[in-house]
Ligand binder design. Structure first.
Ligand code: CTP
Ligand code: CA
Length: 233
């Protein structure tokens, strides 16, 4: 909204958060997407706003309400998400929680593709999408001081996520185990209110207990505020 941010440890800071999936159209009625409710990203945006940050939330399609105190920019595709993020710069903090589709359909059909009796199924040609997190982490003078990514993994969770942190050039990676076992045997994390994460920084790995996504957001926002306050001191 347009109301000024509440005072807090992140007053005067601008935070950019991505959330939700992206949808890559196949034709006017079909798309490719990743599984994501947007719950974790939206909760982080809200938690940063409660600590006083001005928050731009760039969100793919979700069923969620806008978190209070944030400015929400709605996008559909990964390319639109990257453009919206670049437009939102400069920012002090970037948190990339979106489940961005890795590929887009090279030639989406302008009309609905119809089944024809006996015809073979269509074959989709895919092209790689831009990496929004890597772009923000390599934004030169526009690079946010703290760039945080997520890594959803099903095996060797911490090792894969640590490699991802270095590959993408971000400061922290929040790794979550999206295998069913990684969510305490309660099914996958996607539809769950809970999340079990490891916070991977240059200093090492913190294992957090299984917490609600809202509590993960609150703790992460607090850790971000403490880190920026320390650096400024
Ligand atoms: N991400 C992004 N843009 C992309 C792909 C990923 O911003 N095109 C961000 C996600 O928001 C997340 C982090 O990068 O913060 C890691 O996403 P993930 O899908 O785990 O990484 P990938 O590099 O796409 O690797 P993988 O092959 O495991 O999917
Ligand atoms: Ca990916």
């Amino acid at each position: 909204g347009l109301s000024p941010a509440a005072p807090g440890p992140l007053s005067g800071r601008h935070a950019l958060v991505t959330s939700g999936p992206t949808h890559e159209p196949i034709d006017p009625v079909r798309y490719i997407a990743n599984r994501s409710s947007g719950h974790q990203g939206h909760a982080i945006a809200g938690a940063l706003a409660r600590l006083g940050a001005r928050v731009t939330l760039v969100s793919g399609p979700t069923a969620l309400a806008d978190p209070p105190g944030t400015t929400v920019v709605r996008v559909t595709t990964a390319r639109e998400m990257l453009a919206a993020c670049q437009q939102a710069l400069p920012a002090d903090i970037a948190v990339c929680a979106a489940a961005v589709a890795d590929w887009t359909v090279t030639h989406p059909a302008t009309h609905k593709t119809k089944k024809a009796a006996g015809a073979p199924p269509p074959v989709l040609a895919l092209s790689p999408n831009p990496d929004i997190l890597a772009n923000l982490a390599a934004a030169g003078p526009q690079r946010p001081a703290l760039v945080v990514g997520f890594a959803a993994e099903t095996e060797e969770v911490v090792a894969q996520a640590s490699a991802k942190r270095l590959r993408k050039g971000c400061d922290w990676i929040i790794a979550n185990d999206v295998s069913e076992a990684g969510n305490g045997g309660r099914g996958t994390v996607f539809a769950s209110p809970d999340n079990t994460v490891h916070v991977i920084t240059a200093e090492g790995v913190e294992d957090w207990p299984t917490l609600s996504k809202d509590v993960v957001a609150h703790r992460l926002a607090g850790r971000i505020a403490a880190t920026l306050t320390d650096r400024a001191a």
